[in-house]
Design a protein around this ligand. Structure first.
Ligand code: AMP
Length: 141
């Protein structure tokens, strides 16, 4: 059985504005921001503003709201970073690789011949994340 949603997870804190993030997209239901440990240049995350641990307890409505934004961000990321493709990832519970227990979709731009860095590989420079967020916002406009 899936554990209960913990409102003190780091993405809930980002959603409440308690900790900073490099935002790329926001509407009344969804927020997208840069991943601080990017697996490729331009890696970002798309989350619902309402609570869900992951796909296993998400509502159909949350998923219905999320997926068009995931597609929009993926298309914008490919354009903004001149990527050759994009991986969409989503992990459910710790044994499956989940480390933050608020539903999120990873959008990871991919570049021909460039391997993906490991999950939770290392913190990116804040200035690079800020510049990439700005590039993505321009591509989304
Ligand atoms: P997952 O393993 O699917 O739960 O992925 C969680 C992701 O959140 C990882 O890729 C982390 O690099 C990323 N992450 C952790 N803390 C933050 C943060 N404060 N802001 C942005 N991304 C974060």
């Amino acid at each position: 059985m899936t554990a209960a949603y913990d409102p003190n997870n780091i993405f809930a804190k980002i959603l409440r504005g308690e900790i900073p993030s490099h935002k790329v997209y926001e509407d009344d239901k969804i927020l997208a921001f840069m991943d601080v440990m990017p697996q490729s240049n331009g890696h970002c995350l798309v989350v619902p503003k309402t609570p869900a641990r992951n796909l296993l307890d998400a509502s159909v409505e949350q998923l219905t709201d999320l997926m068009p934004v995931v597609q929009k961000i993926a298309k914008a990321a490919v354009k903004a970073f001149e990527a050759d493709g994009a991986v969409i990832m989503q992990f459910n519970e710790a044994p499956a690789g989940q480390t933050v227990f608020h539903l999120h979709f990873h959008v990871v731009p991919r570049y021909e011949g460039v391997p993906m860095r490991p999950h939770e590989g290392g913190m990116a420079d804040g200035a690079i994340l800020a510049a990439n967020a700005a590039k993505l916002r321009v591509a989304l406009a």
